[in-house]
Design a protein around this ligand. Structure first.
Ligand SMILES: [Zn+2]
Ligand SMILES: [Zn+2]
Length: 400
């Protein structure tokens, strides 16, 4: 019998701890949402409406509001729990400390409004007392947590943050006391009627919109890929035709300089012969030999077998990393860049460009500033986070 009681007590303890929340288990709901509903108590429409209100406040730069729903704090003082969570997440701006956290411990029948230390004035405490006692607790007692939280946040925005986003009160006045199952459906109507909001939408709430976006992205990416592949095929074809006319790697422009083109001697009209790469070196200047070695210019030498006349032909390679040297005119100038200091979000960087001629040995160094990296802050959704605000625990508590 005693053993049974012990087992029963143990089971009770286990089941209680399963419903309870530890502070360290609660991760910040942002950037997805301002609502952390750990037990799925609130309807999806209610969460959307709360996100609409909270993101409007955040976008206006007036403050941050977050709503946390758990079953139980497992004996931990609710005020302390909510304040610790507030400071752990850092709700509100770090300088202005203008955040508010609303905690609902459903099983404990407890609610807390915690104000950031920047807005924790006697006047605002009066406001949150009134919101808790007159707006939230009556709805909690009627077992309507959705309306309690939505009306509470709406009133909080209006009185503490002077941001009036309330909708006609008749919509809520007509809602009777209802069990929680139907309460969710009751709320869905006014929330759905709310004006199109820049609210955060989680993927589970809006599967069709995201699905459509995904399809658009995938089809778009496939089209771009197909187009790029087509361009590549066309370029490859052109290249093949051009190289077929010339020698390996040369193009149609070079046809007149190729071995297939019969060059006539201007003196005696005899067919000139193209000297091989080894044989033509004797006729090239030192600078031309460097260009030949670097493959920046292709030099060809023709010799007339009858009158020994020599003609030189220079073809600049299309794609070469070498530039012409200002000093000696040889196309043997190469440059290398070294990043001396990387650019950051806050400061410019420095780049050194070393230029060197492979023929005359001319050297130059130049330093260039690198632009600061611009910070991308998206206006909605992904960029949201709590600002690092703190609270010393001011606000209001409610039990029902
Ligand atoms: Zn000749
Ligand atoms: Zn040079």
């Amino acid at each position: 019998m005693i053993l049974r009681i012990i087992c029963l007590l143990g089971l009770c303890a286990i089941s209680a701890s399963l419903h309870a929340e530890r502070l360290s288990d609660l991760s910040s709901p942002l950037p997805q949402s301002y609502v952390a509903d750990r037990i799925g108590l609130l309807a999806a429409d209610s969460k959307r409406e709360l996100d609409r209100l909270a993101s409007a406040l955040d976008d206006a730069g007036l403050g941050q509001v977050t709503v946390v729903v758990i079953n139980s704090t497992e004996g931990v003082d609710h005020r302390q729990f909510a304040t610790d969570l507030f400071n752990r997440w850092g709700v509100g701006d770090a300088q202005r400390n203008d955040g508010t956290l609303i905690l609902l411990a459903h099983q404990d029948r407890a609610a807390e409004i915690v104000l950031g230390s920047g807005i924790d004035s006697p006047q605002n405490r009066n406001h949150t007392d009134a919101i808790m006692d007159q707006v939230m607790l009556p709805q909690f007692r009627r077992n309507n947590p959705d309306l309690a939280v939505i009306n509470g946040v709406t009133a909080l925005l209006k009185r503490v943050y002077a941001l009036d986003l309330s909708r006609p009160t008749e919509q809520f006045a007509a809602v009777p006391a209802t069990p929680p199952e139907t309460a969710a459906q009751q709320v869905s109507t006014p929330a759905a009627r709310a004006p199109a909001a820049p609210a955060l939408q989680s993927s589970e709430d809006e599967p069709t919109a995201w699905g459509f976006l995904m399809i658009v992205y995938v089809v778009g990416a496939a089209l771009v890929c197909a187009l790029l592949y087509l361009c590549w095929l066309i370029l490859k074809g052109i290249w093949q035709v051009l190289t077929w006319f010339g020698r390996g790697g040369t193009t149609l422009w070079w046809f007149t300089g190729s071995r297939w083109y019969v060059r006539r001697c201007p003196n005696c009209a005899a067919a000139m012969e193209l000297l091989s790469d080894e044989a033509d070196d004797a006729h090239l200047s030192p600078g031309e030999l460097v260009e030949e070695r670097l493959k920046s210019v292709d030099h060809r030498v023709y010799r007339c077998p009858a009158c020994e006349r020599v003609e030189k032909l220079a073809r600049r390679t299309w794609f070469s990393r070498y530039q012409s040297c200002d000093q000696c005119g040889t196309r043997a100038l190469s440059s290398q860049s070294h990043t001396l200091k990387s650019a950051t979000e806050y400061s410019t960087g420095l780049l050194r460009i070393d230029t060197q001629c492979g023929h005359c040995g001319m050297q130059q160094s130049e330093e260039r500033a690198l632009a600061r990296i611009s910070r991308h802050r998206s206006s909605s959704g992904s960029g949201r986070s709590f600002g690092g605000g703190s609270s010393s625990g001011g606000g209001s508590s409610g039990r029902w």
